[in-house]
Design a protein around this ligand. Structure first.
Ligand code: AMP
Length: 664
């Protein structure tokens, strides 16, 4: 029965979707606030599982039905497809043994799921889930849904984000914005902190105050609160969002500010691992069971795909039980052996044993928290609140360790399964213009720059810059008459091209021939709100321009990001020296060229001693420039000495030029 006084169906609504590794959800936010949209049976979570018909690879079941019967159809039931999206087969080596369905190599090294004789892309599987959720939304809202905000882990690279967008397109949804999951959680949290807003309309702050600032730890960000007290700055709070789901882990440090224009959430840093989550804990229990079963019933015992799937279900159920109880009973009936003897495996797993098993896994999450704090230039005591997101944050050890790190009890008031979808819906409402007083600022995970002379990287946008971000820098040519310039775009934290990842390159052609250093090439980097990078180069005198949009085939894996970050710390000093030497060599080359031109022109009018002195200084600099192991400080000194000694030469050159002009 329809309630009277209810508003009609929204026009062209933007829904929010949390496309999870294990479960997915859909939510919608209007003036009344965000809410989860339920499925036909009142279910709020859709297991991210699809079963296909083996013969024709058509969809047979989606969600709970597919998940419940996965044991019977292990080879044609696809779960965890999010782990495969936008990744090459090489990236997935570690997962393949664990997945009950077959994954093979497709075009361009991509991973393809093999169902019978058919190959499916992970995006197609994700599209089935998105389509199902779209159906739930259309049935609940009573209108056609064409647009969605979809969340991804903060460390998803370009390829994975692009794959998510493609999955949306296959499902007939325009993905109007990709939002990082922790950012979405912060958005949902912001709403939850102001209960009054829900009643009076989302985000309408009646008294202009942010309830967060009064609710949160008063010691948080001492320096900030001091500056607020003296400068009457708007209240701001720093919080961490700790998101441990089934397959991925993210932690982000965010600043929430209440300004006169509304609330601003700014992501200061993110860290994480696209390969860490509750599935790993399940896998550890499965390995324990398999090891003990073999020890009890013989090493030769086989575990067909259906048994492995049953072990997974059992492991997950055991893990979940241990979140509430201190021990759990495991029992596996393996049927009879060749002699007709029953084979039943039984054991009790205590919470202590489980905690010891997953200790290293939890350690990893804590190390990521420390990285995120360091990148955000925050101390643990600056964090006013730690918001827990994702099903695996229900594991007591996880909560305890996070609490110990941040000296504060983690905030678990929001349902950790629903937070992200609610936040995505809020973002949707902002984009739809329903919720106007919020602004979301996200960050770039890695620095972006271009190659300059000698193999150095000049960074235009630094890691953890707020997006959308734009940066412009002027460059010039090194060779007289150069008419083409190659712009090589790179991503990474290191100083040299060889140590960064190449994202693409393009050529700016048709520059009129000019002496080296004269063309003014303005290079502009723009990272849009979805994290997509466009680079434009314009030669200002001729207005010649060229541009590129970077959508790499395979972006960075999380491991690559980790490695690149670690290497940048490790090699920072050595890299800086190498970069400085490249800069000095480039400078020396330009200066020597100018000096030699002047010497050729006015050398005959110089006194011999002075000329010898200049030539000697130039020779010294050339020796330094040719020495790969030169000491940068001594090189710098030699360059300064040379430049200073040529002041008189430059004056002489000007005088002679003037004389010539007057004589002419
Ligand atoms: P998510 O990716 O956020 O949907 O989280 C799913 C993960 O949370 C799966 O690995 C679940 O097994 C795990 N999970 C859900 N509930 C619990 C619980 N009560 N205790 C431990 N893990 C849980």
């Amino acid at each position: 029965m329809k309630q009277t006084g209810q508003p009609g169906p929204p026009t062209d609504p933007i829904i929010g979707i949390d496309l999870g590794t294990t479960n997915s959800l859909v939510a919608y936010c209007d003036e009344r606030g965000p809410r989860i949209l339920e499925g036909p049976d009142g279910q709020r979570l859709l297991p991210s599982v699809v079963r296909y018909n083996e013969a024709i690879a058509s969809v047979e079941a989606v969600g709970q039905e597919a998940s419940t019967h996965a044991v019977e159809h292990p080879q044609n039931t696809v779960s965890s497809s999010k782990r495969l999206m936008g990744r090459s087969i090489g990236d997935l080596k570690d997962d393949l043994d664990y997945l009950p369905f077959a994954v093979v190599e497709g075009d361009h090294n991509t991973a393809r799921i093999k169902i019978g004789k058919h190959l499916l892309s992970p995006q197609e599987v994700a599209a089935v889930i998105l389509s199902e959720l779209r159906g739930w939304a259309e049935a609940t809202l009573g209108t056609k849904v064409r647009k969605a905000v979809v969340t991804v882990p903060a460390y998803f690279d370009d390829a994975q984000r692009q794959a998510t967008r493609d999955a949306g397109r296959i499902a007939g949804l325009q993905v109007v914005r990709i939002v990082n999951e922790p950012t979405a959680a912060a958005l949902a949290y912001g709403l939850d902190s102001g209960t009054a807003n829900r009643v009076s309309g989302v985000g309408k702050k009646e008294d202009g105050s942010l309830s967060l600032s009064t609710k949160l730890n008063p010691q948080a960000c001492a320096s900030e609160s001091q500056s607020q007290a003296t400068n009457h700055q708007p209240p701001s709070q720093t919080l961490a969002v700790f998101d441990l789901g089934g397959g991925t882990f993210d932690v982000s440090v965010l600043r929430m500010m209440q300004t006169e224009q509304g609330r601003i959430d700014q992501v200061l840093s993110t860290a994480g691992d696209t390969h860490l989550g509750g599935d790993d804990a399940d896998r550890m229990i499965v390995e324990l069971i398999q090891k003990e079963v073999r020890a009890q019933f013989g090493e030769q015992i086989e575990f067909p795909a259906s048994t492995r799937q049953a072990f997974r279900n059992l492991a997950e159920a055991t893990k979940i039980r241990l979140s509430n109880e201190t021990s759990a009973q495991i029992e596996v009936d393996l049927g009879t052996d060749g002699d007709g003897n029953a084979r039943v495996y039984q054991r009790t797993l205590t919470r202590d044993e489980f905690e010891e098993m997953i200790g290293l896994l939890v350690d990893k999450t804590i190390r990521c928290c420390e990285d995120a704090l360091r990148n955000a230039k925050c101390k643990t005591e600056d964090i006013g609140r730690v918001v827990m997101v994702g099903g695996s944050t229900r594991i007591p050890l996880v909560c305890r360790r996070v609490g110990e790190l941040f000296y504060t009890e983690p905030y678990t008031a929001l349902n950790p399964d629903e937070v992200v979808a609610l936040g995505a819906a809020v973002q949707g409402s902002i984009l739809a213009g329903i919720n106007r007083d919020m602004l979301l600022l996200d960050v770039t995970p890695l620095s972006l720059g271009i190659e300059t002379m000698g193999g150095a990287v000049s960074k235009l946008i630094m890691a953890n810059s707020t997006i959308p971000a734009q940066a412009t820098e002027m460059f010039s040519t090194y060779v007289d008459g150069q008419t083409n310039i190659k712009v090589h775009v790179l991503q990474g934290e290191r100083e040299l091209v060889g140590d960064c990842r190449s994202l693409g390159e393009f050529e700016l052609k048709g520059i009129p021939p000019m002496p080296a250093g004269l063309p003014k090439v303005e290079v502009t980097f723009l990272v849009d709100a979805n994290g997509v990078l466009s680079v434009q180069a314009v030669e200002k005198r001729s207005e010649k321009r060229a541009s590129i949009q970077i959508v790499p085939n395979h972006g960075l894996t999380r491991e690559e990001v980790d490695r690149m970050e670690a290497e940048s710390y490790e090699h920072a000093a050595q890299d800086m020296t190498a970069h400085r030497l490249i800069d000095l060599r480039n400078q020396a080359r330009l200066d020597i060229r100018a000096i030699e031109k002047q010497l050729a022109k006015v050398g005959d009018e110089m006194d011999a001693d002075y000329r010898a002195q200049v030539e000697n200084n130039v020779a010294q600099v050339k020796i330094m420039a040719d020495d790969p192991g030169a000491d940068p400080d001594r090189f710098h000194e030699a360059l300064d000495k040379m430049d200073q000694s040529t002041v008189r030469l430059a004056e002489l050159a000007i005088t002679i030029t003037l004389r010539e002009e007057q004589g002419a």
